[in-house]
Design a protein around this ligand. Structure first.
Ligand SMILES: [Zn+2]
Ligand SMILES: [Zn+2]
Length: 354
């Protein structure tokens, strides 16, 4: 191989801790490819794994973290067709079994036995990552046009989750939209609803600095429920009707119950943010749903199609994902990058090739 034999990787050992160690550059089989990582971001999932492990990892199992990435093909197995060394690609990090009902619908993110980078196979927080054949065969390796940088392409996976949510919300022209949670994901929702023709986008968050950013990014109304009357403010922002679409982009059970009370007739509620494990069943006013003809849904992850839509929106300059980045560091600064992410950086930490 023409590359160095070893590389620095951010690994997690189940039941143990994060370690930044030298590991061998992976060798590929004939149906695989080796990707030189151009950019890879740290996800809340990576942070969660470092803090609490993962149900899919066995005791003592070590894994290179990272599933949000893009880069350049460094090596192609002899059986792989349609890809060449030097080509820039993004990778959809979850591959389904290809046989279950969810997979047959093209929704591998709901496959009960999906496999994912950085969870049950080595991920992208290292200079090189091995792409197994199943990802190549199922279309998870997506060529990148020159209009999109590796940095932005590394954010396509989180953005594809937002694309999934906004599509499920069935937003139509003129809709009055309320988003709970002005974190990176909530802000991406606001941007996407804006270009999807929403008549008004309202952001709710208990932190004034996050609301200020939301206003800068095009939210029409911001509400801080700590010192404003939520219901009154939502009604006054929605012509007294309530919201046509509500998204909860925060992990708070009470917000889910409250949101149903703020919908306009025929409103749609999308539960985007999952709740901590022990949140228990959440009370829900089913009569409000009945009499209001509401639709309540939830989304998790994004499909291959959502990823490709996300790519077209970014490459087409309809949306710039740069605003969700809190810090960009070199791949050799893995320790510093994880320190920032574990300390709760206000946005994404992105690692780029040194
Ligand atoms: Zn992620
Ligand atoms: Zn499946």
């Amino acid at each position: 191989m023409s590359f160095t034999a070893s590389m620095l990787a951010a690994s997690y050992t189940q039941g143990g801790a994060l370690s930044i160690t030298e590991i061998p550059v992976p060798r590929i089989r004939d149906d695989e490819m080796l990707l030189r990582v151009g950019a890879t971001s740290i996800c809340a999932t990576d942070v969660k794994i470092v803090r609490a492990g993962h149900r899919k990892l066995r005791d003592g199992q070590q894994i290179v973290l990272g599933h949000e990435f893009a880069g350049t093909i460094a090596e192609v197995g002899s059986q792989v067709t349609g890809f060449t060394v030097g080509q820039r690609v993004g990778v959809v990090p979850n591959a389904g079994c290809g046989r279950c009902d969810a997979c047959s619908r093209g929704r591998a993110n709901y496959c009960p036995t999906y496999t994912a980078f950085g969870i049950d196979r080595d991920g992208s927080h290292s200079p090189f990552v091995r792409i197994p054949g199943v990802f190549i065969r199922q279309g998870n390796v997506v060529p990148l046009p020159p209009e999109i940088s590796d940095d932005q392409a590394s954010l396509l996976e989180p953005f594809s989750c937002v694309v999934n949510s906004v599509r499920e919300s069935r937003v139509v022209l003129g809709d009055r939209v309320v988003i709970f949670g002005a974190g990176p994901m909530g802000l991406l929702h606001a941007k996407l609803f804006n270009i999807s023709g929403a008549g008004k986008v309202v952001m709710v968050d208990p932190a004034d600095d996050r609301l200020e950013q939301a206003r800068r990014l095009g939210c029409d109304v911001t509400i801080n429920p700590q010192h404003e009357h939520l219901r009154e403010r939502v009604l006054s922002a929605t012509d007294g009707q309530g919201a046509d679409v509500i998204v909860t982009a925060c992990p708070i059970a009470a917000v889910q119950s409250e949101a149903i009370q703020l919908l306009a007739p025929f409103g749609r509620l999308c539960l985007f943010g999952g709740l901590p494990k022990n949140s228990g069943p959440v009370p829900c006013d089913t009569n409000a749903i009945h009499y209001g003809n509401f639709q309540v849904t939830g989304t998790t992850g994004g499909s291959l199609q959502d990823y490709r839509i996300a790519l077209r929106l970014v490459a087409g300059k309809r949306i710039d994902l740069g605003f969700v980045v809190a810090a960009t560091l070199g791949l050799s600064q893995l320790r510093e990058a994880y320190d920032l992410a574990l300390a709760g950086a206000a946005g994404k930490v992105v690692l780029t090739a040194d």
